[in-house]
Design a protein around this ligand. Structure first.
Ligand SMILES: Cc1cc2nc3c(=O)[nH]c(=O)nc-3n(C[C@H](O)[C@H](O)[C@H](O)COP(=O)(O)OP(=O)(O)OC[C@H]3O[C@@H](n4cnc5c(N)ncnc54)[C@H](O)[C@@H]3O)c2cc1C
Length: 358
């Protein structure tokens, strides 16, 4: 299996509700620490600009009262303020932006290899291209994993295998409410001149600057049905995105960022996003199976969660509890019947997005 995270492009933001934005804000602090610690990696803190849909201003103003309580920085920006700051943007008079100065992006092709190097320096053994084919258990407790290259015994197993989690847990007769949807993003060839832009998003569309004076953009497709992953042998390379989608994306982004017209797409990447039964990630111990932890369903914001998820899981394993209360993400929050129903009923990505609390 290949490190899928390496394939993605990543505008990230701490915009969200309550705990979510607290955990994400912690993630950004860790990105800044990692920028000091990892060789060849730097978090790109260009900020994240949410372009507000007409009629949603009132909702976000209310939301920001919560940000005030949490001490999370933000700014509402008018069209003139946004264009004054980022002259490449073309916005209508009525557009309002909610700017998250902590946001930005983490270039995955730099971040993941730099993390791997540092982990190895610290004595962590990373085995790549070694598929876990099952979980070892004794007396109801998970005691290790079976891999294509032999068994590995362990006091604790942390399962972080995205939608493949469903197939891995089957053997233990465990189910979690997880659904997957195809997602696509595109990278342009280099622009004639670099442009200064934040990472930005509206509706289901986003863009951000990328290395080498490029622009990265992507969109979700609410009308698309879920993508069932019936086999642990499934690989993301099986997925495709239609020509029509990249045209639709280009049209949408060009309206806001006309300099995109100067360049063609150089690369497209397609993968799956996964959503839980209530949209929030699933992260923590499974009470009914001692020794097993799960971290999955980071929807389209995996990179806003990943450093803090790692820290929280390490705290769980080392101390038995986390420094931030994350009951909200507990795998045990879903009832058996609720999970069975969620898995049985096909839904569209739009329906999954409707569960989003913001
Ligand atoms: C096109 C695209 C663009 C995206 N853009 C963004 C973005 O801009 N910002 C953002 O925050 N998020 C983005 N995401 C989402 C982000 O990539 C995910 O949320 C994140 O990668 C999920 O992390 P994960 O660790 O759960 O899964 P993954 O990153 O998929 O990692 C799971 C790993 O487990 C491996 N694996 C699976 N089964 C086994 C097994 N049996 N044994 C061993 N290994 C196994 C897989 O090969 C994979 O390497 C995007 C996703 C896509 C598809």
């Amino acid at each position: 299996m290949g490190p899928v995270a390496e394939q993605q492009g990543l505008p990230i933001s701490s915009v969200g509700t309550g705990k979510e934005c607290l955990t994400r804000a912690e993630a950004f602090k860790i990105y800044h620490e990692l920028s000091q610690e990892l060789d060849g990696y730097e978090y790109q803190g260009v900020g994240y600009l949410l372009l507000l849909e007409p009629g949603s201003l009132e909702y976000w103003e209310k939301q920001c009262r919560l940000y005030d309580e949490l001490g999370k920085p933000y700014q509402f920006l008018t069209k003139a303020e946004m264009v004054g700051r980022w002259p490449s943007l073309e916005l209508s008079e009525q557009t309002t932006g909610l700017f998250d100065p902590l946001g930005g992006y983490s270039e995955p092709d730099r971040y993941i290899p730099a993390l791997a190097v540092r982990n190895r320096q610290l004595g962590v053994e990373i085995r790549e291209r070694q598929q876990v084919t099952g979980l070892l258990s004794q007396g109801g407790k998970v005691t290790g994993v079976r891999t294509t290259q032999g068994d590995l015994e362990a006091d604790t197993v942390v399962c972080t295998v995205h939608i493949w989690t469903l197939r891995l847990l089957e053997e233990l007769k465990l189910q979690l409410p997880m659904k997957a949807f195809v997602h696509q993003r595109y990278l342009t060839e280099p622009l004639p001149e670099p442009v200064e832009i934040p990472a930005a998003g509206w509706g289901e569309t986003y863009f951000r600057p990328a290395e080498g004076s490029r622009i990265l953009a992507g969109l979700s497709t609410p009308e698309r049905g879920e993508y069932p992953v019936d086999s642990s042998e499934f690989h993301m390379s099986e997925l495709t995105a239609s020509e029509k989608l990249q045209q639709e994306l280009r049209q949408q982004v060009e309206e806001v960022l006309p300099c995109l017209k100067q360049v063609a797409w150089e690369e497209a990447r397609v993968g799956l996003l996964s959503y839980s039964g209530d949209y929030e990630p699933i992260l923590g111990p499974l009470k009914q199976v001692p020794g097993l932890y799960v971290a999955a369903c980071f929807h389209s914001n995996g990179f806003a969660y990943n450093p803090i998820s790692g820290r929280l899981l390490a705290e769980y394993v080392a101390d038995g509890r986390t420094s931030i209360n994350i009951d909200l993400y507990s795998p045990d929050r879903f009832g058996e019947e609720e999970t069975r129903r969620f898995l049985a009923e096909p839904i569209t990505q739009g329906q999954a997005l409707e569960m989003r609390p913001y």
